[in-house]
Design a protein around this ligand. Structure first.
Ligand code: NAD
Length: 251
């Protein structure tokens, strides 16, 4: 199936590593030009961007940015518009994860989760919609939620769970608000995904396998395949959809 994404421009937040890097790879293979917006050192994301360009003959851009900082968000969009003139797709993927017992959570700590998981997504989405409005065009937003927003079998991470719950509600609310303008907003719900951050947590991996009907954790690309499909004109009936990509963990 041709996803009809060749030549489009996609911004992927947290695109240098993990699920976001998987999204960048899948987009590039579909011929989509990719903007990697990540807070890792620019050398790392620039190297990845160059590899994607060389392998797939697409144009790429790496921007060092913290999505919770309004100036960083401005920089992502100004550099994107300078290079590409437009943007078609926003993957709100960067997120702050972590485990903190309720007894130890301070308001300051809670705010760090809110800053990235809610404010970052909000700022990125608002700026994306502004461009769609100015250019009188539609677009696609995909938000990375988490099974933690729905099932709490990991536990001990209420700030993360609560902010991911907000991503779920934001996704549906925004879809209702801007869907009629041709701006598609959908969410994906990963369960347990092997990334550099989670790879070495061997005990966790053993425990997780017991509760994942598929019997193993997901790879970033397995999540990315579904997320990228949601940006295709072929997914025209998906609006405000919350797509379970948890290997059955949500059951
Ligand atoms: N890994 C899992 O098991 C899992 C499960 C469910 C949901 N998720 C969600 O998937 C998303 C991606 O997670 P991952 O597992 O790929 O993580 P990861 O740590 O492997 O990669 C996250 C990337 O985001 C970047 N990033 C973090 N905060 C940022 C910020 N403020 N601004 C810009 N970039 C930032 C990091 O530098 C990193 O490159 C997150 O929203 C996470 O909550 C992950």
């Amino acid at each position: 199936m041709d996803l009809e994404l060749a030549g489009k421009i996609a911004i992927v937040t947290g695109g240098a590593r993990g699920i976001g890097a998987g999204m960048c790879e899948v987009f590039a293979e579909e011929g989509t030009n990719v903007v990697i917006a990540d807070m890792v050192p620019l050398e790392e994301s620039s190297k990845f961007a160059a590899e994607l360009s060389k392998k797939n003959n697409v144009r790429t851009l790496a921007v060092r940015a913290d999505i919770s900082n309004p100036q960083s968000v401005d920089a992502i969009y100004s550099q994107t518009l300078e290079k590409f003139g437009t943007v078609d797709i926003l993957m709100n993927n960067a997120g702050k994860m972590g485990v903190t017992r309720i007894e130890d959570v301070t308001v300051e700590e809670l705010y760090k989760y809110e800053k990235v998981n809610i404010e970052g997504m909000f700022l990125m989405s608002k700026a994306f919609i502004k461009i769609c409005n100015e250019q009188a065009k539609g677009g696609h937003i995909v938000n990375t939620i988490s099974k933690s927003a729905f099932t709490t079998n990991s536990g001990g991470n209420t700030p993360y769970i609560a902010t991911k719950g907000a991503v779920f509600s934001f996704t549906r609310g925004l879809a209702k608000e801007v869907g009629a303008r041709g701006i598609f907003v959908n969410g994906i719900v990963p369960g347990y995904v092997i990334t550099d951050t989670t790879r070495n947590l061997k005990d966790r991996s053993r425990e997780m396998k017991k509760i994942i009907p598929l019997g193993r954790e997901a790879t970033p690309r397995e999540i990315a395949n579904v997320a990228v499909f949601l940006c295709s004109p072929k997914a025209v009936q998906m609006m405000g959809a919350i797509v379970d990509v948890s290997g059955g963990t949500m059951l």
